[in-house]
Every structure is written in C-alpha cells, then in structure tokens.
Design a protein around this ligand. Structure first.
Ligand code: SER
Length: 433
C-alpha cells in the first residue's frame, strides 16, 4: 500500500514528466487579495496570470496547496467530522497551464488535461476504470453558456459514454469567488462501494448526490472567463487549465479505506487523541467518533494557519481561526469528557508528520503550540458557564428558535462564536434567529 507521502510524490513526479515546474504551496493565509481571507484553491496564487494582469514566469506548474474552506463561496465547515470526506484544511494537488497567445505550444488545454488525469489515475495509481465517472458542463441558457462538447469528446477517447455525465452550473462551472476567474469544469468521481452494492445500484445515479462512498476526487477547470462585479462574464485574454485533486480523498481511495480519517494522513493524530483522552475511536457516527474526527481535522487548520502567520483574534481572519478552535474545544469538552487544553498537545505530531512537505510547522511548533494552549485556556474559563447558559436558553426558547439577543449574549459574555451556538442549537432541534 502506498503511503500518503508516496501518493503525493507520484502526482508531482508525473507532472514533472509532462514538463511542469513544481512550486511551493502559497501560505494558507491570503494577504494581498481583498476578495479572499484564506486560500480556498490551488489557483488563488495564480489569479493574476489567469486575468492577464501579469505574465506567468512558467507555462506549466504543479504543486500541493494548503487550502481552507470554512467561509465564503466554498464552505465545508458544517460537513466536517459529521461526514468522512470534507475538511476545513485540505491539500489540493494541482496542475496548471498558463495560456500565452504568443506561444500557444507552451501550454495545453482540455485535450492534454483530460488525457493526463486519466493516465495518472488509471495507469500510475491503478484505480480501476469501472469505478470512475466523469462529469462535463451541460451549459446554461440563462448565462448564455454552451454545453462543453469539447471536454465531452475528449473524454470519449478514454471512458465509456455512459460514464460521462452532464452536470449543471453549480457542479460544473467553477468560480473562485463572487468575482474573478472562472470557467466550465470536468470532475472525476470514484465509486468506492463494494461490488455487491455496485451491482445493486448504478453508481452513475449516485454521483454528486452526497453519497459517502461515491466521491469527487479531481476537478479540471478550463479557465475562460472573468466574473465581473455586475455579474457578467468577460472572456479572458487566454485560456488556462486549473486542476485540483483532494489529496486526503485520493489517499483514501488508494489505501482502500471507507473514510479519509482511516488513512495515514489522520491515524497518527487520532491515535494521539485516543491516548490523551483514554477513549477509542471506532469510525462510527457516535458523538465520540464525530469528535475525534473534528479534532483531527480542526487541529490541522489551526496549526497551519498560525504557522503561516495568522494568530487567532476577535476580528477578520483571526476570528475564523478562533471559531474553528472553539468549535474543537467544545467537541472534546462535551463529548470526550476532557476538560483541559488538548489541541496544543497534537502540534508535535503534525509537525513531524509534515516536516518534509510543509516544514514551516516544524520550525515554529513550540510557538504554535503555545498560542493554541493560551486560546484553549481562555475559552475553557468561560465554556462551562456558557454551556449551562445555552442549556437554560434552550429550555426557555419559544418556538424552537434561540433569540438573536440570547445568541449575542452567548457571544459577548461567554465567547461563543455564533456558529457554535448554531451547532448546539441544531443538535437540540432548534435554530438561531
Ligand atoms: N479551482 C478548482 C477547484 O478548486 C480546481 O482546482 O476545484
């Protein structure tokens, strides 16, 4: 079985063999783009090349990028831990072509991107072809966008036609944010169910249907437009390729696991939590198991953002980190019955695991652990009172709604970010006004 490190390396080596330069991950914290606080996709650091504001120093690059998807257009926070394949922070493996009208041969577009993704997945990684489905953009009349027949025709060279599915604008037209580069995309999905399950229900019907075993692993975006503030689409000066594959999902497929958390990316952290709280993770859906997954996920997001220079605070990007951290604290406090700082103890485990790929954490692990411990201590001082308070509020709430004033008091006096209040409300069948 290949390790996650070997799987990552195979991706990068493959794209070197196709003429790509490997570049480092950009920091997860974005400092120079008013439309983003955190990197939410590998392409963010290349935005100006797509828009034609700057000329790219290379025509083909590949990397693994630390991404965070907890707010804004791409937000997976509510899914994390409850399911087994969404994360706050994840690694996005990507390859890019920056088109240059003066030198079109240096770049590539749909034909090569599609052929290479197929070659890598089926030949180098050996994923069985009969477990793969691909989607292409069906077009959108309202936006005056045609069906992506070019991608469809390229896929026909490689995969049976009944495995090429049409997808709508939501799934098959990728946009970085409310404005910025965008274009039709083609996703690759893997069916990880057992053979018996696959015989019973056609996998094609489960693609993009939130099935935990039929998951998207790779998105190939064909950048052609800039979304302007008024909502209109302006053609870009050149065409580009922007792909992103979730390493955690790919590793889960390659290691034959049912869950990302059963791969070697997460098992070390989960084992460390088991030891600290003296409980066992059983990969189920109990509150205990969800808490193990949330902690294993959130500590990565927290550690790497702090290592990249974003301290937790009460405003802006810093508050996003504080929210994630407080969410994790409440999970161990309430569900793992652990009442002291826990998260900071996991930093050395992560620092060692990622020292070859993201050495910035190893270099600062003592500082990062100290910041996290102080944050945990601060929240633990008011958490117990806050939990009692929210219990009272829930008992007294009229019509299954927590009033906005109560949510504010929880925020203001007890340090509950509103999404934590909302989470606890949901667990009790309530909503928040
Ligand atoms: N930008 C695309 C995505 O995030 C492909 O990398 O899915």
């Amino acid at each position: 079985m290949m390790t996650s490190a070997e799987i990552r390396k195979k991706f990068l080596d493959f794209f070197v063999s196709k003429g790509h330069t490997i570049v480092p991950s950009a920091p997860i914290v974005v400092k120079n783009d008013p439309t983003l606080k955190f990197t939410n996709a590998g392409m963010n650091q290349f935005k100006d090349y797509f828009l034609g504001n700057q000329k790219a120093p290379w025509s083909r690059v590949a990397d693994t990028q630390k991404c965070l998807r907890v707010s804004g257009k791409h937000n997976d926070l509510e899914e994390v831990g409850v399911d087994t394949y969404h994360h706050t922070m994840f690694e996005m493996l990507g390859n890019w072509s920056f088109g240059d009208p003066a030198n079109p041969a240096a770049g590539y577009f749909k034909k090569e991107a599609i052929a290479w993704s197929w070659e890598l997945l089926t030949e180098l990684y050996g994923i069985p072809k009969d477990r793969l489905y691909v989607t292409v953009f069906e077009g959108d009349k309202d936006s005056n966008l045609p069906q992506d027949t070019e991608a469809q025709n390229e896929w026909k060279k490689w995969i049976a036609e009944d495995r090429i599915l049409l997808g709508n604008k939501k799934d098959n037209f990728w946009e970085m944010g409310d404005t910025g580069p965008c274009g039709p995309c083609s996703e690759i999905h893997v069916d990880c169910r057992t053979d018996a399950e696959r015989r019973q229900v056609d996998g094609a019907t489960l693609v993009n249907n939130d099935h935990p075993q039929v998951i998207e692993i790779w998105n190939n975006v064909f950048m052609q437009f800039n979304r302007l503030k008024d909502g209109s689409l302006q053609p870009l000066p050149a065409q580009h390729v922007d792909t992103g594959m979730g390493l955690e999902r790919l590793v889960r497929v390659m290691q034959g696991k049912q869950s990302n958390y059963d791969t070697d990316i997460f098992t070390g952290t989960i084992a460390a939590v088991e030891k600290i709280v003296n409980k066992k993770y059983t990969a189920g859906d109990s509150k205990t198991d969800i808490s193990f997954r949330v902690i294993a996920d959130h500590i990565r997001a927290i550690s790497f953002t702090i290592a990249d220079g974003q301290l937790p605070s009460n405003t802006d990007a810093g508050y996003v980190i504080r929210r994630i951290l407080r969410r994790a604290v409440r999970y161990y406090y309430s569900n793992l019955d652990y009442k002291q700082p826990l998260l900071f103890q996991l930093v050395p485990v992560l620092a060692e695991q990622f020292q070859d790929v993201f050495p910035e954490l190893q270099k600062q692990h003592e500082f990062v652990a100290k910041v996290i411990k102080e944050e945990e201590e601060a929240f633990l001082r008011t958490l117990d009172k806050g939990l009692k308070k929210i219990d009272d509020i829930i008992q007294q709430s009229v019509g299954k709604v927590i009033a906005g004033t109560a949510a504010f008091e929880l925020y203001d006096t007890y340090g509950f970010p509103v999404d934590l209040t909302r989470l606890i409300a949901t667990e009790n069948g309530l909503t928040v006004d």
